[in-house]
Design a protein. Structure first.
Length: 133
């Protein structure tokens, strides 16, 4: 990953890279963002809409993760997973880019219950290799 043609992010775990790619792709395609799951996979008696959302959001994430790993992932993107990966991504970006630059490409949320989004203008995002070859 390259930022401003100068800064390179040399090491990013596959889950974190997949999340960043997912959010960048969403933003590049002018989508509003991604609403974080409200429940954990092991929640007792989840609402049908919440369980359905876990399946949908997992399918979306797995597209990016499997493409990167070239394997079929056995994971569920639930509240715990989403927050954990997002937190690790933030820490890695800060460690490799510094606080100021990492804050400029952060995954943000304007208010509770609102979608999370990559805080970069769509025209400033270039996805060079989508791992499909």
């Amino acid at each position: 990953i390259q930022v401003n043609d100068k800064f390179k992010i040399a090491e990013l775990a596959p889950r974190e890279f997949a999340m960043l790619h997912w959010f960048a792709d969403y933003r590049k395609n002018h989508n509003a963002g991604i609403i974080a799951p409200r429940i954990d996979a092991n929640s007792k008696k989840p609402k049908e809409e919440d369980a359905s959302y876990l399946q949908d959001i997992t399918a979306q994430f797995v597209n990016y993760y499997d493409e990167l790993k070239n394997a079929n992932a056995d994971l569920v993107v639930d509240k715990k997973f989403f927050e954990s990966v997002k937190s690790h991504l933030k820490k890695n970006l800060e460690a490799q880019l510094g606080l100021e630059l990492a804050a400029k490409i952060a995954i943000k949320q304007d208010k509770r219950e609102q979608p999370f989004y990559l805080d970069v203008q769509p025209e400033n995002i270039e996805i060079i290799d989508s791992f499909k070859n």
